[in-house]
Design a protein around this ligand. Structure first.
Ligand SMILES: [Zn+2]
Ligand SMILES: [Zn+2]
Length: 395
């Protein structure tokens, strides 16, 4: 048996030895869902465990109270730096229906399993706690604050209904539209009014017509956040928020420009003024490192998990891990915890995140993360190959 195999057996045994503790941590986070940037108890729980086991913990990273970086560096040298990302935010009204309790705990579990063997190999293991994946874009803020500079590989595992390592995600822009008209009595003097709601509804319908001319990967969806004040007043102000997504950034940007034209056309038809504000948080598409995915595939297979390829017409959302993947070689793997008919962001998926299948997924995710880190620490050439691949893709 090679040294690498020995070390992998060791980290797998370490995760198994911590089985009850890891399940308790995951279930505790699940039982107390906390929303974006308010994940105080989850962050405190995860950092206290890491600190107790010898990790140096930095809290309040990038100006975010619930973000953290926990590090342990080998006595043999500090590179490569392998970062395991921890999410722990919940969904409004639905609790942990995306299973982020498993994500955070799996990364911490892997780090705890790696620490006792890390002094045998050069390298640094980090757990990076990234708040607010669901809408707040914690990783986007952290990437802008250079938190991932110096990292050689960033990995995380998301619970799912399929086990995958190469699934992408959509690039996503958000757009706020405001329409300004002229208030008037809706019955007594409608001719003196300018209807901002008409501008908004026409915009909505313009976008519906636009969809026919778009490629299959594009998604445009939105809501009217302000539709007027009273039915007897011609609305002088309306507003809507839209998300525009596509497989690639440039395509998403091109569609975004067309959506903005839809709004200008709607406003023009109604005689209203329009104000368009692009959001500050752009979710980049996920680009998986083939080097990391290959290693992860082999490690999942050795744990008895069959890895599936994304479907040709794979349906996807967006994740702030995409932004990390544009900065450093990255992996956003998925591990099955529920049957395929279960939808993400549903009460059924929330239940799966604390089920026996959820616990099994948590432990296998921790093992595969730790085993892949062993691959990288014991063969730093792989890190160079991953970086070469990354630079070819992003320049
Ligand atoms: Zn989600
Ligand atoms: Zn999620």
């Amino acid at each position: 048996m090679s040294n690498v195999d020995d070390l992998k057996s060791h980290v797998v045994a370490e995760v198994d030895a911590r089985r009850d503790e890891l399940i308790r941590i995951s279930d505790t986070i699940h039982a107390k869902p906390e929303l974006a940037f308010q994940e105080f108890e989850a962050a405190a729980l995860l950092t206290s465990v890491l600190e107790r086991e010898g990790f140096a913990v930095q809290r309040g990273v990038a100006g975010l109270e619930t973000a953290f970086v926990a590090s342990y560096t080998s006595q043999k040298g500090d590179r490569p730096v392998v970062a395991l990302l921890a999410e722990y935010d919940a969904l409004a009204g639905l609790g942990h229906a995306c299973g982020h309790n498993i994500i955070g705990t799996a990364s911490v579990g892997a780090a705890l399993a790696l620490r006792p063997v890390l002094d045998q190999l050069p390298g640094t293991i980090q757990v990076i706690g990234t708040p607010a994946e669901e809408g707040g874009g914690g990783k986007i803020i952290m990437a802008e604050a250079s938190v991932f500079d110096g990292v050689d590989a960033a990995m995380m595992v998301h619970p799912s209904t399929r086990t995958m390592t190469r699934r992408s995600s959509l690039a996503c822009y958000d757009l706020t539209m405001e329409f300004f008209g002229q208030a008037a009595h809706a019955a007594g003097s409608p001719d003196k009014g300018i209807n901002a709601l008409d501008a908004c509804i026409l915009t909505y319908n313009n976008i519906s017509a636009l969809r026919q001319q778009l490629t299959d990967d594009v998604r445009i969806h939105g809501i009217i956040t302000h539709g007027g004040s009273a039915p007897n007043i011609i609305p002088d102000y309306t507003a809507a928020e839209f998300l525009v997504r596509a497989a690639e950034k440039d395509d998403a940007l091109a569609v975004l420009a067309k959506v903005e034209d839809c709004a200008r056309a709607g406003a023009l038809a109604a005689g209203a003024e329009v104000s368009l504000t692009r959001g500050k948080k752009y979710y980049a598409n996920m680009v998986s490192s083939a080097v990391l995915a290959d290693l992860f595939d082999a490690n999942l297979a050795s744990l008895g998990r069959e890895v599936q390829l994304p479907l040709p017409n794979e349906r996807m959302g967006s994740t702030d891990m995409g932004n990390v993947s544009h900065v450093v070689p990255a992996l956003h793997a998925y591990v099955t915890i529920a049957p395929e008919e279960v939808a993400g962001h549903s009460p059924e998926f929330r239940a799966a995140a604390v089920s026996p299948e959820g616990h099994a997924g948590l432990l296998d995710a921790a093992k595969a993360l730790a085993m892949t880190a062993i691959d990288l620490f014991s063969n730093p050439d792989l890190v160079d190959v991953a970086w070469e691949e990354h630079r070819t893709r992003f320049g």
